[in-house]
Design a protein around this ligand. Structure first.
Ligand SMILES: NC(=O)c1ccc[n+]([C@@H]2O[C@H](COP(=O)([O-])OP(=O)(O)OC[C@H]3O[C@@H](n4cnc5c(N)ncnc54)[C@H](O)[C@@H]3O)[C@@H](O)[C@H]2O)c1
Ligand SMILES: [Zn+2]
Length: 393
């Protein structure tokens, strides 16, 4: 899609968003996401976790899927609250971690569900992005698909993975290599669940939040700049605002391009080089959000050198990433990388178009473009900049 068209579509969408599908009732915000199958609601409300039972039907069977960390913190409590209300609810869990988001765990979960559920039953996925992606995939394939309710518990899952319908697992072919597009019946987001999330995962999720802000524009960026201390101190009111902004932004994009054939690609801002870092260094060596933050810095360097982004905007983005304790250079993590290996990976990426590396660049704050015109030399320079911590000149 032509670069100018992307910017124009985004501006038009932003201007109509405020009139769109968001309702606010006391401290409850409901954002409706339209999809080709059916619309679904994303509810953001502090402490809604403790009132979930009111939303369930006594005639139905429920089954919670969570990981081994979330089970003792929130899973057992949720199961108890549901069964206390005389509603049938089982719980199954799997060992936490990205390494377990695979076909073996997927198959184990199917076996554990076995004949406990029928076609009318609902699976509740309670957890971070790993649980949401894999649990949603299990629900979408059990008896050819039953309904599921997403309750995200990590920041990344609240602002990103629980919206947009991408479900799946990692395989030897690659990350998220096997999966489906399918939407939950509802997403319930209770920001207070974040109070038990380890700080490093919170910071990692902030990379996706900052990504949304720079794709979205001045209003969201200023909010993040003005509230660094409060957000890092886990002020729930600020976290609610942040989650609402991110969900609204992601919904606006995925509604236009559910299956990522055009506009949705802008959500890969920071991910082209970020993904290459994860692949070449190993997923367990660098957390996803950290890789994205460095990837954003590399993409911005490229935009700066191509004359798209001003130096002031470039430095403003670096500053915000650092204020949220995210790295901008590989050396910030005490890591070193191999520029040639990274470039080789980028060049062979399946997401390339006609052999050209696809990069999401900013031609200003809130003005992303999908670019394939950067030269090999420019990309190598951007890689070297974040690997070797080069100065700007
Ligand atoms: N579907 C999508 O569109 C999409 C988008 C972005 C990322 N993802 C996927 O999301 C995954 C990453 O998500 P993630 O960072 O949430 O990983 P995760 O699910 O592994 O959660 C991170 C860690 O936090 C723990 N945790 C989660 N909530 C907690 C809570 N409230 N209290 C205490 N501990 C808690 C988990 O047990 C885990 O150890 C990746 O697999 C990625 O591919 C999917
Ligand atoms: Zn990401």
């Amino acid at each position: 899609m032509c670069e100018q068209i992307i910017s124009a579509i985004l501006r038009t969408l932003k201007s109509i968003l405020r009139l769109g599908d968001t309702t606010m009732d006391n401290n409850k915000t409901t954002i409706t996401c339209q999809s080709s199958s059916r619309p679904y609601a994303i509810v953001i409300q502090e402490n809604c976790f403790h009132q979930i039972v009111k939303q369930l039907s006594p005639a139905q069977k429920y089954l919670i899927i969570c990981d081994s960390n979330v089970k003792p913190l929130w899973g057992d409590k949720l199961q108890l609250a549901i069964t206390k209300a005389n509603i049938s609810c089982a719980l199954i869990s799997f060992p936490a971690g990205e390494a377990n988001k695979n076909l073996q765990t997927f198959s184990d979960l199917h076996e554990q569900i076995a004949l406990r559920l029928d076609r009318q039953s609902t699976i509740i996925t309670l957890g971070g992005g790993v649980t949401g992606d894999m649990g949603g995939f299990v629900a979408s394939t059990y008896m050819r698909g039953i309904s599921f309710l997403q309750i995200p518990t990590s920041l990344l899952a609240m602002v990103d993975s629980s919206v947009g319908g991408k479900l799946g697992v990692d395989t030897s072919i690659g990350k998220n290599a096997v999966g489906v597009f399918n939407n939950p019946i509802k997403v319930l987001i209770d920001p207070s669940l974040l109070l038990t999330l380890p700080k490093n995962y919170f910071i990692d999720g902030m990379a996706e939040v900052i990504k949304h802000a720079f794709l979205s524009g001045e209003e969201y960026i200023t909010f993040l700049e003005d509230n660094v201390a409060g957000i890092l101190a886990m002020d729930l009111s600020l976290l609610s605002t942040l989650i609402i902004q991110s969900v609204q932004f992601k919904v606006m994009i995925v509604e236009q391009d559910e299956k990522e054939s055009g506009l949705r690609k802008i959500l890969n801002y920071g991910h082209t080089i970020g993904h290459a870092l994860e692949e070449t260094l190993g997923y367990s060596s660098i957390p996803h959000g950290n890789a994205v933050a460095i990837g954003i810095n590399a993409a911005n360097y490229l935009a700066l050198k191509c004359g798209l982004l001003s130096e002031a905007a470039f430095l403003r983005i670096q500053n915000l990433l650092q204020q949220y304790h995210l790295p901008i250079f590989l050396s910030d993590l005490g890591l070193t990388g191999d520029a040639d290996q990274l470039f080789h990976f980028l060049h062979n990426d399946k997401k390339n178009q006609d052999d050209q590396v696809v990069m999401i660049l900013l031609e200003g704050l809130g003005k992303p473009i999908i670019s394939t015109t950067q030269t090999t030399l420019q990309i190598k320079e951007a890689i070297n900049y974040v690997i070797k911590n080069r100065s700007l000149s």
